[in-house]
Design a protein around this ligand. Structure first.
Ligand code: SF4
Length: 335
């Protein structure tokens, strides 16, 4: 049996420790980064520089492409919307906007005419798992090799991850792929290998120090996790840090909300799901509900992130922490 080791790199602390662990093991391996198009520029820099700073293997970048799906969507809008009596100006505007932008996250949302959410998290599968599978894992499996997919997950991260084994036989074909391919995947030899599964967060950071590698600077800027910027499931405090320290990213999401809204028959589409919002969810199903961007869009969520006591008071202390949070109090990084 010939093994092919593939390490998933995201630019976060766990996947960086995973990359270092694979180097330490001394086995030949490939490292892959899936570019969602919604990452912070520091994460892109961190991933780009990782091989040079560690002496590890080059990192292969993969990116989902929704060009064909958007072309089919344009066809659908042109025929079905027109038949349903949607105003021709709206149909034309939607068709003009349903063009590939080259940004996978935005193109995915244009194609789906909505943003992902905690309950419909199609983003991970479409933006990360599927391009990794098509570009890297599938060729390995089709050549008859045994895939060992290294994953930087840990028991203490969540209840869902608390039961994961260190080594597990898997079907590597993502759920978003056709059922016929999923059936084929049952026969391919693929394993998930999770060497950090019992590690604590402190051990992950200590491992960076052991290898004299500075972690992604977003942690020192106050982010509790590194991934999409923002993630559709980001916490109130993470939203506050992003809005305070990286307002350009809020502007970008606001532009995306406007674009995705224009290709939707329903109208206003929000980055954060309206039903998840603790402040404005009450009464959202009513016909006279205020769906204006200022009421339900990312700006409203930013304002809420600055508040305390159920959103009734502005939280001065939290805002100061968003400005001045450092690795000292976040991770105990200073010696
Ligand atoms: S980080 Fe969040 S938004 Fe990005 S792919 Fe994962 S779940 Fe989706």
């Amino acid at each position: 049996m010939t093994f092919s080791h593939v390490v998933s790199v995201s630019g976060g602390k766990d996947s960086t420790a995973l990359y270092l662990r694979a180097m330490e093991r001394g086995l030949p391996f490939r490292a892959v980064f899936a570019d969602t198009g919604n990452e912070h520029e520091w994460t892109y820099d961190f991933v780009r520089e990782l091989p040079g700073r560690t002496g590890g293997p080059a990192i292969e970048w993969v990116k989902a492409d929704f060009s064909a799906k958007l072309a089919r969507k344009r066809e659908y809008v042109a025929h079905v919307w027109a038949r349903e009596g949607v105003a021709s100006s709206k149909v034309e505007r939607a068709i003009a906007l349903l063009q590939p932008t080259g940004n996978p996250f935005l193109d995915l949302c244009l194609w789906k005419t909505r943003f992902p959410s905690s309950k419909t998290r199609f983003c991970t599968d479409e933006l990360k798992l599927a391009p990794m599978f098509e570009c890297v894992q599938r060729p390995i499996l089709e050549h008859g090799l045994t895939l060992v997919s290294w994953q930087g997950v840990r028991h203490e991260e969540s209840l869902a991850r608390s039961g994961l084994p260190r080594l597990q036989r898997i079907n590597a074909v993502p759920y978003s792929m056709p059922a016929s391919l999923r059936r084929l995947g049952e026969d391919w030899l693929a394993y998930a290998y999770r060497p950090l599964i019992k590690w604590t967060e402190d051990e992950v950071f200590a491992y960076h120090r052991k290898h004299s590698l500075a972690w992604n600077p977003l942690y020192d800027a106050g982010m509790g996790r590194v991934g999409c910027f923002p993630c559709v499931m980001c916490t109130k405090s993470e939203m506050r840090v992003i809005a305070t320290r990286f307002p350009d990213h809020v502007d970008r999401i606001e532009e995306w909300e406007a674009l995705v809204s224009e290709v939707s028959k329903k109208g206003q589409m929000t980055f954060f799901n309206i039903t998840d919002d603790p402040l404005i969810s009450k009464g959202w199903e009513r016909d006279d509900y205020d769906w204006s961007p200022g009421r339900v869009g990312i700006r409203a969520r930013v304002e809420w992130s600055k508040t305390s006591r159920g959103g009734l008071q502005y939280d001065g202390l939290a805002l100061m922490q968003a400005e001045f949070n450092t690795s000292c109090n976040q991770w105990g990084a200073c010696e």
